[in-house]
Write a protein that binds this ligand. Structure first.
Ligand SMILES: [Zn+2]
Ligand SMILES: [Zn+2]
Length: 173
């Protein structure tokens, strides 16, 4: 979805306010694809600061379905985006090199801006709960719903070596 910025970029005092809905239902990124559970319209405002230059501000709320890092259960995560920046008309950009990466000619690309903002707000850790027990490395059981029958004892490799030497010595005697 593109917002035409021609007018607001042209003249001093020009103002633009718009509400728009992003089209995507799936958040596709380098981190993977995540279903969008809920999205509220983006409220976008821009005002001219000088000929060929405008300041923008936007807010948007969306909820994505992520997976718990430990047990892979579905976790819904709310993103409350709040962003702002300055853009300039393409001909101005050549002089000042400050144009936003979200501009396509005189249009603002909302989808790529929102995608970028979501990644900037991505949680360091996604957990279904702080004391999530994760899944068993052996049988894959979700340990939040009870312990499994697996023998999770991992023998110390150093102890195993001493045992071998001990056994070898015993044979010699
Ligand atoms: Zn979990
Ligand atoms: Zn197990």
């Amino acid at each position: 979805m593109l917002i035409n910025m021609t007018n607001v970029l042209a003249d001093e005092g020009k103002f633009l306010e718009t509400e728009c809905e992003i089209e995507m239902d799936l958040f596709e990124s380098s981190l993977g694809d995540f279903p969008i559970l809920r999205k509220e319209p983006l409220i976008f405002r821009a005002s001219n600061v000088s000929p060929g230059k405008a300041q923008y501000h936007g807010t948007m709320t969306l909820e994505l379905q992520l997976a718990c890092d430990r047990c892979l259960r579905e976790v819904s995560k709310l993103f409350e985006l709040n962003f702002s920046g300055v853009i300039s008309a393409p001909e101005k950009d050549d002089e000042e090199h400050e144009n936003s990466e979200f501009m396509e000619g005189y249009s603002f690309n909302i989808e790529s801006l929102v995608s970028n903002e979501v990644l900037m707000n991505w949680p360091m850790k996604v957990l279904c709960s702080n004391d999530c027990k994760g899944i068993c490395m052996k049988c894959g059981k979700d340990l939040n719903s009870g312990m499994c029958e697996c023998d999770t004892f991992v023998p110390d490799p150093r102890m195993a070596m001493i045992k071998d030497i001990f056994n070898a010595n015993n044979k010699e005697v």
